[in-house]
Design a protein around this ligand. Structure first.
Ligand code: FES
Length: 161
């Protein structure tokens, strides 16, 4: 809990992006998800301060906004790294050693799944099939796909970022 709170206490918080977003959507109906998406695009995640500002301005209970933000996997409540590593856990990748690839990444980055390195360089996530089963086991780093991986190939790949 302490860690989460730490993420939420950036000081001073830059309200300008969220102010502009709320102004842009003002008066429109059914805009909660587009607004959340716009906030995430602007900040890279959904800062608590931005959600509180949104709740106050739109007169929506904070709990409702928070509920939507936590319901959809596309939204992130904590800052994420500059590079997002997605490790496929689909069936083909699972059969071909995805667990070993994940373990190696966790060791290299000293991270748990869902975590971000202290230097904010990498976030490690697991995902379902990313549609490149013929290359299993597969990871994506940002928009790049790396396939037919072995644990030994991970260090060199990370050095590219
Ligand atoms: S199972 Fe990994 S890409 Fe399909």
């Amino acid at each position: 809990m302490k860690e989460v709170l730490k993420c939420y206490t950036e000081d001073p918080f830059d309200y300008k992006p969220v102010e502009e977003i709320i102004t842009r959507f003002q008066g429109q109906k059914g805009t909660m998800i587009p607004i959340l998406q716009a906030i995430q695009d602007a900040y890279g995640y959904l800062p608590r301060q931005a959600l509180e500002y949104m709740a106050a301005k739109l007169k929506i209970p904070f709990s409702r906004i928070f509920g939507v933000a936590t319901f959809y996997a596309q939204f992130h409540l904590k800052p994420r790294g500059a590079n997002i590593i997605r490790v496929c856990q689909g069936t083909a990748c699972h059969v071909r050693g995805a667990a070993k690839i994940m373990k190696k990444l966790q060791e290299e980055l000293n991270l748990e799944v869902g975590g971000t390195t202290e230097d904010m360089k990498f976030t490690l996530e697991s995902v379902a099939c990313i549609g490149a089963c013929g290359l299993a086991p597969v990871i994506m780093i940002n928009d790049d796909t790396f396939g037919r991986l072995t644990p030994d190939s991970i260090s060199d790949i990370l050095k590219q970022f």
